[in-house]
Design a protein around this ligand. Structure first.
Ligand SMILES: [Ca+2]
Length: 176
């Protein structure tokens, strides 16, 4: 029989390994969206400031979504034909996607769909998994899709009933 000190030592080792396992299995706090490349159907240019509201503005780390901060993406195309596509550098075990809405004209988010797939091209959802559809709620600024267990290298957001305009998209993956 082990002496009490050795038994305690073994218990501490087991506790440490157990905690490590929990950490490794959890959703990392790191947003990997900014490691990817964002594209969209087409791009609206603000006619006053001549600023292009590119797809990349939805992964620029700025989440305000206010019109004159130009920190959001904005297509010209409206409805389900509009898309915003994030291509990650590798297939990831995605556990959470957070979509930050525009502060101005927030109702445009209504009906927007979030898809995850592998190697998707713009407007193509073949083999992709539908993660969810956003129903606009007044006063709600961000929409979380958590506890996901889906592998993919592409996050594609499909337009709802309006143009597709996103303040920010964050993607979190399980630690490998
Ligand atoms: Ca942004």
């Amino acid at each position: 029989m082990d002496n009490p000190d050795f038994t305690m030592y073994k218990l501490l080792i087991l506790l440490f390994l157990g905690l490590q396992g929990r950490v490794n299995a959890s959703c990392t706090e790191k947003n990997i969206a900014r490691e990817g490349t964002a594209t969209q159907t087409d791009t609206y240019v603000d006619p006053i400031k001549n600023i292009s509201l590119s797809a990349a503005r939805a992964i620029d780390g700025i989440k305000h979504g206010r019109h004159y901060e130009f920190d959001f993406s904005h297509t010209i195309t409206g409805g389900p034909a509009a898309w915003w596509l994030l291509t990650l550098p590798r297939v990831c075990a995605i556990c959470q996607i957070t979509v930050y809405n525009r502060y101005d004209a927030p109702q445009r988010i209504n009906g927007v769909k979030i898809w995850v797939g592998v190697g998707l091209t713009g407007g193509n959802y073949d083999g992709a998994e539908l993660i969810g559809t956003i129903t606009y709620q007044s006063g709600t600024y961000l929409y979380d899709f958590s506890d996901l267990t889906v592998k993919g290298s592409s996050i594609q957001i499909q337009g709802g009933t309006s143009v597709l305009s996103l303040a920010e998209v964050e993607v979190f993956a399980d630690s490998e």
